[in-house]
Design a protein. Sequence first.
Length: 136
Amino acid sequence: MPGPSTTERLRVRDPNDIVTARRAARELCAQLGFGNADQTRLATAVSELTRNVIQYAGEGRCQIEDVSDAHSLGVRVTVEDQGPGIPDIERALRDGYSTSGGLGAGLPGTRRLVDHFEISSRPGLTQVIITLTRRR
Ligand SMILES: Nc1ncnc2c1ncn2[C@@H]1O[C@H](COP(=O)(O)OP(=O)(O)O)[C@@H](O)[C@H]1O
Ligand SMILES: [Mg+2]
């Protein structure tokens, strides 16, 4: 029988919180039985998204959940902020697009790393939901 499912809710406000969120994502992945490459995928995705929160919104939240069931391992991460929002999401998802002189690889890279990627944004609420799933 699976154990009680886990949800972690973390505040994202300063660079240390990126490290904490990244580590929490990796640890939950490991605990659920994901391999090392998947742990690294999720940790990298979580760093990019939480970095964006700090850089573009100042602060926000990161929720990390076990969504495993009898057939599959699953971990879902929701990263959200109440900042200015992303006016053109399609453009923000393009490789190399950055409003801060960055690499512009965070969102498109994150999308490629995970199995499910959902983004919604308006002024006052930007939310990115990512999921990694593997068959047991
Ligand atoms: N949480 C956010 N709030 C507002 N704008 C964002 C957020 N995350 C990303 N963006 C916008 O999307 C662009 C692309 O993000 P990303 O792919 O991470 O590249 P980078 O951070 O290197 O610019 C950013 O330059 C920024 O304009
Ligand atoms: Mg970024």
